[in-house]
Design a protein around this ligand. Structure first.
Ligand SMILES: [Zn+2]
Length: 307
């Protein structure tokens, strides 16, 4: 879709009609490819600023001056112990705690029983927690639950749950049975972790870092490659099928991973449909307008109406 001027459409039909059309498309399609972006997690209550930030990072805000979790990830901390105090809380609340609202579970209820595949740029593990079939998931940006060597000297990733739990506990939090992070009664937390918990590469001894696609050190481990291959195979199989490309909460930051390929594949297959659920940014190329279903609104509400 690149290289020439593309005309954009807001889609056709009323919201009511489009819900009906999408319901029918879900029922009629032979395959569903779900593409999920940050907006879906926002809809599930994974918000990186405001009340949720204040609750777990109020002390960081006072001391360092940033006002959301995203900014905290870029702060140049003086010591590794302070940096990991921030990151362990960030990892814990966004990866090991359940989303405040069961949007992912409801989405899975919608596609369970279908021949589906999910691609997501989200790093919060919500699809896994909602019971997605692991062989039908490709999380392209990898995962808050994994660390890698920061150099990196080798292409392997390491599960961080045990160390992250120790890190948050060492700051004065407790962890409830359902995994919820609880603040101490007096609210007094440490903003540092013990030096022995600072993770180092077991091979070269350099610091570990998050396995995130932030720069060219991102390690695409074996699991990543296998998932990428499975995704490619699924798309190939669906190439000429009655396939629904269902996009939820994909923003403008990384359209080349989900949005543009969905458009391109819909354009190439006359039996394919494209659906775009987005809060305020729902649109499609004019070229595939008649086979697109654009729905504005909160994904959580739209999914409820579809069920
Ligand atoms: Zn290393």
């Amino acid at each position: 879709m690149n290289g020439y001027k593309m005309r954009i459409s807001r889609g056709t039909g009323t919201p009511e009609e489009n819900i009906k059309r999408l319901k029918k498309a879900l029922a009629d399609s032979d395959a569903v490819v779900v593409g999920a972006g940050a907006g879906l997690s926002t809809s599930a209550g994974f918000v990186y600023a405001g009340e949720r930030f204040e609750k777990y990072f109020g002390d960081f805000e006072k001391f360092y001056g940033f006002d959301n979790m995203y900014a905290g990830g870029f702060y140049p901390y003086d010591t590794a112990e302070e940096m990991w105090a921030f990151w362990s809380r960030n990892i814990y609340v966004n990866r090991y705690m359940n989303a405040p609202k069961p949007v992912y579970e409801r989405l899975m209820a919608l596609i369970r029983g279908k021949d589906y595949f999910v691609i997501t740029t989200n790093v919060d593990h919500c699809f896994q927690k909602a019971g997605v079939d692991k062989d039908r998931l490709f999380y392209t940006q990898d995962d808050y639950g994994l660390w890698q060597c920061s150099k990196p000297c080798h292409k392997k990733t390491y599960d961080n749950e045990e160390t992250v739990r120790k890190m948050v506990l060492s700051q004065g939090f407790s962890i409830a049975e359902d995994g919820t992070l609880t603040l101490p009664k007096d609210g007094a937390l440490k903003m540092t972790v013990p030096s022995e918990l600072v993770p180092r590469c077991p091979v070269c001894g350099e610091p570990m870092s998050m396995n995130l696609r932030a720069d060219d050190t991102f390690v695409e481990d074996e699991g990543w490659h296998r998932a990428a291959e499975r995704y490619a195979a699924f798309l190939e199989r669906a190439e000429n099928a009655r396939v629904l490309y269902l996009e939820l909460g994909v923003g403008q930051n990384t359209p080349v991973i989900i949005k543009y390929p969905f458009w391109r594949m819909t354009a190439a297959n006359p039996r394919a449909l494209y659906a775009c659920l987005n809060f305020g940014e729902s649109y499609c190329p004019k070229e595939i307008e008649d086979r697109s279903i654009c729905i504005e609104g909160d994904s959580a509400e739209v999914i409820e109406r579809l069920l």
